[in-house]
Design a protein around this ligand. Structure first.
Ligand SMILES: Nc1ncnc2c1ncn2[C@@H]1O[C@H](COP(=O)(O)OP(=O)(O)OP(=O)(O)O)[C@@H](O)[C@H]1O
Ligand SMILES: [Mg+2]
Length: 335
């Protein structure tokens, strides 16, 4: 029996639905359940084939546990190592290099630092910052937002340099980015599963967050050309980052889809928020992805330790060449 574990926070309907969906379609070969664990031993055996992680970004103990489970060969959705290393500014820069339209974005030094950091610790930091140069590049309106965040926390729309200073001065130790604001004609959020299946959801960010009225159902919302470009960009981004489950957001202006947020490795999937259609789509797509991969095998990310634990035969031979008799003699003489 192959086991799939779900690690979740307060959300209710997505964990319930994915467990039900996997168990109903498994014909007794796969079992899905909520995970339970406590103290993790360093020789903890493998318990799950796959774990769907929805919450370890908020619980360091869970993140460390998942990394340990990956060492045993459990496939984690999403990869806890990359997720720990990832940030939104890196992602913007990477996606821009890959041909995705990204609003002009600047990474800003923090407003405050931990107590142990004094002005002497920051000798590499340009001071004062060239604020004029930064806002001339980004323009107004702009969005001041964390380089790694979620839930619309600490995201502000900015209209002037004075307003920027005012808001920036309250950001404390958060590392922030300033991004060109796209005065969009259309807006979409896209689910991507297995780096290949995409659902484009028309989305109205002017409605209250998680209210259930943000996801609007509009037939043929995008032209076929835009639809194709958005789908291609979503796949490019998710393949580059290696996320098996992600949401990519686009603000669309003058026919150009600008990707403004795509580090969402535990995307909202609750019925009350995303609606029944989108919820069912993501549950079915994840179930199909997991079954397909349990059958064909999950690609193990390319870790150094993984190669050392399972050396391919060829490289094992390379590491241990047979010493020629002459060399043996020479070595014996030296000794
Ligand atoms: N560059 C931008 N241009 C236009 N609107 C933006 C831009 N950046 C952010 N927004 C608006 O602010 C909202 C929140 O920003 P963002 O998605 O970056 O934050 P978040 O905290 O990651 O949100 P979530 O948790 O929904 O993923 C976006 O949904 C969008 O409506
Ligand atoms: Mg967002």
């Amino acid at each position: 029996m192959k086991r799939v574990g779900i690690l979740a926070g307060r959300e209710i309907t997505f964990p319930e639905s994915i467990i039900k969906s996997i168990n109903e379609k498994s014909s007794g070969k796969v079992e899905a359940e909520m995970i339970k664990f406590g103290g993790i031993r360093l020789d903890e055996p493998k318990r799950y084939e796959v774990i769907i992680d929805r919450i370890s970004h908020e619980v360091p103990y869970y993140r460390a546990t998942l990394k340990r489970m990956a060492l045993e060969g459990t496939y984690i959705i999403n990869n806890p190592f990359w997720w720990s290393a990832d940030d939104k500014f890196f992602n913007f820069s990477l996606a821009a290099k890959l041909g995705v339209a990204i609003p002009k974005t600047v990474l800003l030094p923090q407003e405050k630092y931990i107590d142990a950091i004094t002005p002497e610790s920051l000798r590499n930091l340009e001071f004062p910052l060239d604020w004029e140069g930064i806002v001339n590049y980004v323009g107004f309106p702009a969005f001041l937002k964390p380089f790694d965040g979620g839930g619309w926390k600490n995201v502000s729309k900015i209209h002037s340099l004075e307003e920027l200073w005012d808001v920036y001065n309250q950001t404390g130790t958060l590392c922030m980015t300033l991004q060109e604001g796209i005065e969009f004609d259309q807006f979409v959020r896209c689910y991507c599963v297995g780096r290949e299946k995409v659902l484009i959801m028309p989305y109205d960010p002017s409605q209250p967050y998680l209210s259930g009225s943000q996801y609007v159902n509009v037939e043929n919302y995008l032209t076929p050309e835009l639809h194709a470009r958005v789908e291609k960009d979503v796949k490019t981004i998710c393949n580059a980052l290696g996320y098996d489950l992600n949401t990519v957001e686009f603000a669309i202006k003058d026919g150009i889809p600008y990707a403004i947020d795509f580090m969402n490795p535990a995307p909202d999937a609750e019925i009350a928020s995303v609606g029944e259609y989108n919820h069912n789509w993501i549950v079915n797509a994840m179930t199909d992805f997991i079954f397909k991969k349990l059958e064909s095998g999950f690609e193990t990310p390319d870790y150094k330790w993984s190669a050392m634990l399972n050396p391919p035969e060829k490289s094992a031979k390379k590491i241990l060449p047979k010493a020629k008799p002459v060399e043996k003699k020479a070595r014996a003489k030296k000794a």
